[in-house]
Design a protein around this ligand. Sequence first.
Ligand code: NDP
Ligand code: ZN
Length: 351
Amino acid sequence: MKGFAMLRIGSVGWIEKERPACGPLDAIVTPIAVSPCTSDVHTVWEGAIGDRHNMILGHEAVGEVVEVGSLVKDFKPGDKVIVSAITPDWSSLEAQAGYPMHSGGMLAGWKFSNFKDGVFGEYFHVNDADGNLAMLPEGMDLGAAAMVCDMMPTGFHGAELADVQYGDDVCVIGIGPVGLMGVAAAALRGAANLYAVGSRRNCCELAKEYGATETISYKDGDIVEQIMELTHNNGVDKIIIAGGNVDTIDQAIRMLKPGGTIGSVNYLGSGDYVRIPRVEWGSGMSHKKIHCGLMPGGRLRSEKLAKLISTGRVDPGRLITHRFTGFDHMEESLMLMKDKPADLIKPLVII
Ligand code: NDP
Ligand code: ZN
């Protein structure tokens, strides 16, 4: 089979590989629609998780099941499915402890385009199929469904990690597709003032539609000063970080109220240390919390998020700004994600 792969750090291309084999609990799926992720960009061009050779990229796919193992109960060949980007081993001790994304070790629930071939191949392997696939709801737009793999669960996890509650003043730093879903989640959870930080015009406009009350740009000066001015020097209760760099947590702590919570889902592709400002950290006594995480993955979460789409609560399909048809557009769509032209939020490739 052919697949679009990371050849080594900084280099991508088409390769030929054996079709993956199916174990008793697994499924083999062929993609129907896929989307590249900013994480693929960190992985290939920043070498953020170390070198990988001839590893097929991609972890966001809606697909059709072509084979299932003998112990798979709820899926069969021909089923159309949403595949979670994070596919934990649900029987692991880490999953039982409440951290399925770290099943088998740090970040090890993230298998596609990390420890094994991803979804940009003609076929791909899904471990623990009953736990990691979700049935594609009848009639659901493929673009919206593809956002259930990663963008929606990650943005929503940001709001969970930040513990957004009714009436909280919230700042979402970074409003690419992940942060935009963070905005939508914070609005659903009852945020009051909801500030969104980004610079691309279409992202700012969509942030407003998903519930942001104000947008600010990090290109217009220090975001801490901007937020402190907007909040009359009070700061915000909760912060979701879905963009920026190693300095962003420093900024977040400065604009957070004592007792506040930061939920960060940002993938820090470079830089060695995250700094914490001592004074704004209450000299170590501020009760400010930093929760950071990889999204949890799994079927129940995918089904619940898909229900939010079916019931009209959120439409993540609005993130899709570029639609392509045909496997051959994989490279073009990944390059869009890398170069981030002003009109891009998220591309989709329908196979
Ligand atoms: P994008 O690159 O599309 O968006 C990043 C956002 O951050 C943009 O709004 C950008 O603004 C903004 N930004 C850039 N630099 C700064 C800065 N210095 N200060 C403040 N804001 C800044 O990324 P995605 O939405 O696709 O992904 C966001 C992050 O989430 C990535 O790091 C990705 O790898 C990670 N991720 C994490 C997952 C998890 O499970 N934890 C899963 C999936 C993704 P501008 O408008 O100028 O572009
Ligand atoms: Zn991703």
